[in-house]
Design a protein around this ligand. Structure first.
Ligand code: AMP
Length: 188
């Protein structure tokens, strides 16, 4: 099973992806986590990505497409995977299509978790408190920027998948457990 979880920052993609991993035995591929790991390890990629992440901008398509192309070829992805935070642009969505087609794979669903923007500020503030500020981009100023980037660059991939008939939407204003239940119903 290959899934994409879409939604603005704070929609709950990471939380729900973890639950789906446990339920379906597939892996979670989070480009944000991979980039943060590269920053923490101070690799060449990490040094390049750090200022971009802190600004709330997107890392270039070439870089993240390369990361995902490598990752989905690894053996633990054979049973399926959940993409959390990728694709984030139409160019990334097109590149993903080409990668999957080449491997004879196809997307099962693209799940858009829909949330009222106003609650995202509280959620991100909570996450910053709970994690002791582990993510340098979890603050109101960067969140505003990340939301603008989401609206302008990521939201256009929603119609891209809707046209293909694989888009499903979930009400992300429900509790975490209710969102999970909605996902389990959709995914069977
Ligand atoms: P996330 O953990 O998904 O919120 O991602 C954190 C940050 O990593 C984003 O604000 C971007 O700077 C970067 N990032 C993550 N995924 C992508 C992607 N698919 N394309 C470009 N930048 C990304």
């Amino acid at each position: 099973m290959i899934l994409i979880l879409l939604g603005p920052p704070g929609a709950g993609k990471g939380t729900q992806a973890e639950r789906l991993v446990a339920r379906f035995g597939i892996v979670q591929l989070s480009t944000g986590e991979m980039l943060r790991a590269a920053v923490a390890a101070n690799t060449d990629l990490g040094r390049k990505a750090m200022t971009v992440l802190d600004r709330g901008d997107l890392v270039s398509d070439d870089i993240v497409i390369g990361i995902i192309a490598d990752r989905i070829g690894q053996p633990d992805c054979a049973k399926g995977f959940i993409l959390d935070g990728f694709p984030r642009t139409v160019a990334q969505a097109e590149a993903l299509d080409a990668m999957l087609a080449e491997k004879g794979l196809s997307l099962k669903y693209v799940v858009s978790i829909e949330v009222d923007e106003k609650v995202l500020f509280d959620r991100i503030e909570n996450r910053a408190r709970e994690t002791g500020g582990a993510r340098s981009d979890d603050n109101a100023e960067t969140l505003r920027k990340r939301l603008g980037v989401y609206r302008e660059q990521t939201a256009p991939i929603i119609p891209y998948y809707r046209k293909r008939g694989i888009l499903v939407t979930v009400d992300g204003m429900q509790s975490v457990d209710e969102v999970s239940r909605s996902l389990y119903v959709i995914l069977g």
